[in-house]
Design a protein around this ligand. Structure first.
Ligand code: ADP
Ligand code: MG
Length: 638
């Protein structure tokens, strides 16, 4: 037997060979060698391996990937991964994300030359005879998500770390994609089902007559899942109507009902909020990163020797699956842990004295202004002030129904191919992500037509970088880039190509969150200067060689543009290749010339940018990989 490369006790899910066979979860000792993953019975007391229970040959593996955890997964099952081979998926649960990453990395490396690697996989579990992600009922059904890493080793961040492959990689999925976007898949978020009880995280005032009012913290029953964005629901008084799916969470989910839990807020936003409140012992609990299943307590203290400061403590889990901040004080759940530290500092800079919450301020945007509404009555719009002038004409800030903030693009006649856009708007309306500017609807019954979107009070990112950021912290700059990769990773998962990603097409929210806007819009521009790659308005400075030379757009050309956007962030909004004109850029970039390292970008950040500017499109990372790389860099800054 060859030497073991990794050994670890994991929980393994039974392989549910029949639709009706019950699932069980057992601890097994997994041993990875050069040619097998074997798992054994394990004697805890003696710490010894017992009988062999099963094994998978490395060469038979078709895919190794993470799995999205079950809803309400118990603490020991929040880091699942899958090994797919002939007999279907083997589901394994790691104790921590780090261990999972380590195994995935090794496994992907070992299987990278396998013959039957898959290009698509299922991101959720196979359960009770059905794939939870796409509801297909055939176990062999083709995966519903393109495999971002193509089973290869995660691309190295540094230049020159490219692997030498013995055989060519399978074709990049982008090359096979139609240019029209495919219908959207449900967004990456907890799954809901009909008959489930949910709790409102925010108030929602009905925007359309068939909508149901939501009151924060009250329970609602889901009657029908209409689409990923809207549910039909019933309140406790028996009223029925449509509700936005992103305003509710499953009841019993635990933390959502606590005021101190600020779900989607990152480190620099937490610091801003705590500093603004300026209360010694002010605290909140947030997700350590999106989809990591880990939590961080952020505390503000005025009593530190360095002056007022924020500290961040990760909530850890011990071998008995108890939660702790300080090893001596362990609890069976997070609310108990918080309750304890509200009374005892026990090693923290301060006891947790004041709950700080952002909950009431920022209800998220909904996909459209009410269920099924995408044509907006212009008489319900009030125009308040002009925000700027863009490719399609004037953009104004206003209110819808006198209450809801909106931005209104008034499309200058002759500047847009309107019918095509109106058709496309129906698809765009369904795209919803917290880092994308939400399209609310359109007014198409009059001229000029209007495009009505979410309003972001801090305006365009480029201006924000140039004018508002004096001494940005490394965390702040990196969080901005991460926001963009999160939104773009969602677009990538929907196989939607932006085509004009740049700082000028990102907007900044009141709390500093960055959202990407104008995705796909460039296809409807009627302006020769914009349309052709030799035109003066074509985004040459953000385009890779294959776009400049053959107009070949893909998610990989968006990646290139993202690299340039990162460069804009780290130069606080300089013009890329400022001394060169468009013709010189095309010449130089297609012969290997690249943007210089901005002073504020360290080597790791710059190699991330450079990786986006690989000459060959398929050697560039995916947005999903970038999210992970940036999260890793952020973790190391903490
Ligand atoms: P276009 O895409 O038609 O070229 P822009 O989107 O660039 O137009 O809009 C022009 C300006 O209006 C932007 O620079 C920005 O300052 C402002 N703006 C546009 N959309 C919004 C919005 N949703 N919220 C806040 N400001 C916006
Ligand atoms: Mg724009």
């Amino acid at each position: 037997m060859s030497d073991s490369i990794l050994e670890e006790v994991f929980i393994k899910r039974s392989q549910q060979k029949k639709k009706t066979s019950p699932l069980n979860f057992k601890e097994r000792l997994f041993v990875l060698t050069q040619d097998k993953v074997a798992y054994y019975d394990y004697d805890y007391d003696k710490g010894k391996r017992k009988g062999l229970k099963g094994s998978v040959d490395i060469e038979k593996i078709k895919c190794v990937e993470v799995v999205i955890p079950e809803d309400n997964a118990p603490a020991e099952r929040i880091f699942p991964f899958q090994i797919i081979y002939d007999e279907g998926p083997l589901y394994i649960f790691a104790k921590s994300d780090d261990v999972r990453k380590q195994w995935l990395h090794k496994l992907k490396h070992l299987v990278r030359f396998n013959k039957e690697l898959m290009q698509k996989y299922h991101p959720c579990f196979w359960e009770d005879g059905m794939w939870r992600c796409c509801q297909q009922e055939v176990k062999q059904a083709m995966g519903c998500r393109v495999l971002e890493t193509r089973n290869g080793v995660g691309k190295g961040l540094s230049k020159g770390s490219r692997r030498k492959s013995r055989k060519p990689l399978p074709p990049t999925p982008e090359e096979e994609k139609p240019t029209r976007p495919l219908p959207p898949q449900p967004p990456k978020q907890p799954k809901f089902s009909e008959g489930m009880t949910v709790i409102a995280e925010y108030d929602y005032a009905p925007m359309a007559p068939q909508d149901l009012e939501l009151r924060k913290d009250e329970e609602y029953l889901i009657l029908q899942i209409c689409d990923a964005n809207w549910f039909r629901a019933k309140d406790k008084y028996g009223n029925e109507g449509y509700i936005p799916s992103n305003y509710v969470v499953e009841a019993l989910n635990g933390l959502e009902k606590f005021e101190w839990y600020c779900k989607s807020i990152n480190r620099s936003q937490a610091e801003n909020l705590l500093k603004t409140e300026n209360k010694d012992g002010g605290f909140l609990v947030r997700d350590s990163g999106k989809y990591t299943g880990k939590y961080t307590v952020s505390v503000f203290t005025k009593a530190s020797p360095q002056g007022p400061t924020c500290r961040h403590y990760n909530i850890l889990i011990n071998h008995q699956n108890q939660f702790y901040l300080a090893e001596k004080h362990c609890f069976s759940n997070i609310p108990e842990l918080i309750n304890y530290h509200q009374h005892n500092a026990a090693g923290l800079v301060s006891r947790l004295k004041y709950v700080i919450s952002n909950r009431t301020q920022n209800a998220p945007s909904t996909a459209g202004l009410g269920y099924g509404v995408w044509e907006i009555d212009p008489r319900q719009l009030t125009f308040i002030k002009e925000l700027g002038n863009g490719q399609f004409g004037v953009v104004k800030y206003g209110k819808w129904q006198g209450r809801h903030d909106v931005a209104i693009k008034m499309i200058k006649e002759g500047s847009m191919s309107e019918d095509d856009f109106i058709e496309e708007a129906k698809v765009m309306m369904k795209l919803r992500h917290e880092n994308l500017v939400q399209l609310y609807g359109v007014c198409t019954k009059q001229r000029p037509i209007y495009i009505v979107t979410e309003f972001l009070s801090n305006g365009c990112l480029l201006t924000y970088l140039r004018e508002n950021l004096q001494h940005p912290s490394p965390v702040q700059l990196l969080e901005m880039c991460k926001d963009v990769t999160e939104g773009m990773s969602y677009l990538e998962s929907q196989q939607y190509i932006h085509r004009d990603l740049a700082a000028r097409n990102c907007l900044v929210d009141s709390n500093g969150t960055i959202k990407v806007t104008d995705f796909g819009l460039s296809r409807y521009v009627l302006d020769d200067e914009y349309f052709s790659s030799v035109g003066s308005k074509f985004p040459v400075r953000w385009s890779p060689p294959e776009v400049l030379l053959y107009c070949k757009f893909s998610s990989k050309s968006d990646i290139w543009a993202f690299g340039v956007l990162m460069w804009e962030v780290y130069t606080l909004g300089r013009m890329p290749y400022e001394r060169l004109n468009n013709t010189e850029i095309v010449d130089k970039v297609s012969t290997g010339y690249r943007l210089y390292r901005p002073q504020m970008a360290n080597d790791k950040i710059y190699s991330l940018m450079m990786n986006c500017w690989q000459e060959k499109a398929d050697e560039r990372p995916t947005f999903q990989e970038l999210v992970i790389s940036i999260q890793d860099l952020l973790d190391n800054l903490y």
